[in-house]
Write a protein that binds this ligand. Sequence first.
Ligand code: NAD
Length: 485
Amino acid sequence: MSYDTQPKASHFIDGTYVEDTGGPTIPVIYPATGAQIAELHAATPAIIDRALSAAHHAQKQWAALSGTERGRILRRAADMMRERNRDLSVLETYDTGKPLQETLVADATSGADALEYFGGLAGSLTGEHIQLGEDWVYTRREPLGVCLGIGAWNYPTQIACWKGAPALACGNSMVFKPSETTPLSALKVAEILVEAGLPAGVFNVVQGFGDVGSSLVSDRRVAKVSLTGSVPTGKKVYAAAAAQMKHVTMELGGKSPMVIFDDADLDNAVGGAIMGNFYSSGQVCSNGTRVFVQKGLKAAFLERLTERLSNAVIGDPMNEQTSFGPMVSEKQMKIVLDYIEKGEKEGARLVTGGKRLDRDGFYLQPTVFADVTDDMTIAREEIFGPVMAVLEFETEEEAIRRGNDTEFGLSAGVFTRDLSRAHRVIGQLEAGSCYINSYNDAPVEAPFGGTKMSGVGRENSREAINHYSELKSVYVRMGDIEAPY
Ligand code: NAD
């Protein structure tokens, strides 16, 4: 292999790579071949302590810089990420199996967007002045302290930056634990930040499984936890954080509805359904996996969808022509195959796909089920793979009611040419990140996050600042105090 995927060491602490082989082994597997491409070690208690201690000591000095000074470093890191986009994208493809065609435009670039955006905001973070006659109150926007980021495996670089950039802009330090499935790229983010001038200890990366995440969450030095992961993990992390009244951001799973009305532009609706179900082989939290299609358009929709899916280029993710890659791991592939089996058993009609590909790596076919009913497992549970469930509906009211009949609330989409209906329907769908005649756009300027079981808090946009800082209010009396005794 010409590209060196083995990092210098497993962890990045206090400005440098650190190893401790005492921790359990983390094999890194290239999903396109099943070959091991690196070996790391999970953090030992000593490593965890070292990372938290470094973050704790570095934070106050970092916060003492002006916002403009902090922002300058983040913006420099953004430029460096863009300059190194190709290398970072190749690494991300090795780590996740996502096609280079995607990683070149959606991973390091999205991370760079976050660093640039929050770097730009850092200098403008202010409190307010509230005049009360002679007296007055002023507020100070203060950092929380040491923030903990815990990542999922689908967008490792993006997740590290979406959490790190706003945290650092506000004057916090961070310990980031990537997913054990994709541990490589966060180390590069840390390396770049330090090269861009970030003081040692402000952004640290420690590797590990759930137990390492759990130890970090319950450490008293951690003021805030931001998790991207599944709902079951979210419940555990939220509960552990609550025990010490820590701030949280929870970016969790979904089973989002995409509602396509008869009057929708057919190709746009099909394109949206493809992007919202098969990009990254369906491993996207906000995917619109319950595709409600109005009765009159259903046959045409399924026909056009099948036709367009036959154009997917499935194969070597490093080939830039490839538009559909493998699942991230054998484990995830098996989970998805189980769901496909359940779909067939419970009576859904397999329109296309449904099989593992006969080749090395963890490849599944893009899969579409029609005649799916609301009670079927594939319509209720998050699959996190390339499986689209198409459900038929007749009326607007019905689509809204059935769309909302889920414990999740991450995203929702509407396709129609009737714009007042689009706004009316999206206004009633219970979800945090919504789309009209589009799907899964996630610019850094827009808040991102879920309602109901899909999460708490928002990432990106100015709103993220509120989740990485808190207000101190200071009452200033200009005259004498009147006390009764
Ligand atoms: P996961 O919940 O298994 O793991 C997420 C992270 O939590 C990993 O780093 C893991 O090591 C860690 N972890 C596990 N148990 C822990 C514990 N008890 N304490 C602390 N940390 C612990 O999720 P995954 O399989 O890596 O990712 C897929 C899930 O993530 C899907 O449900 C998907 O919808 C969700 N996701 C959500 C978003 C979003 O922004 N809303 C984005 C991407 C993925």
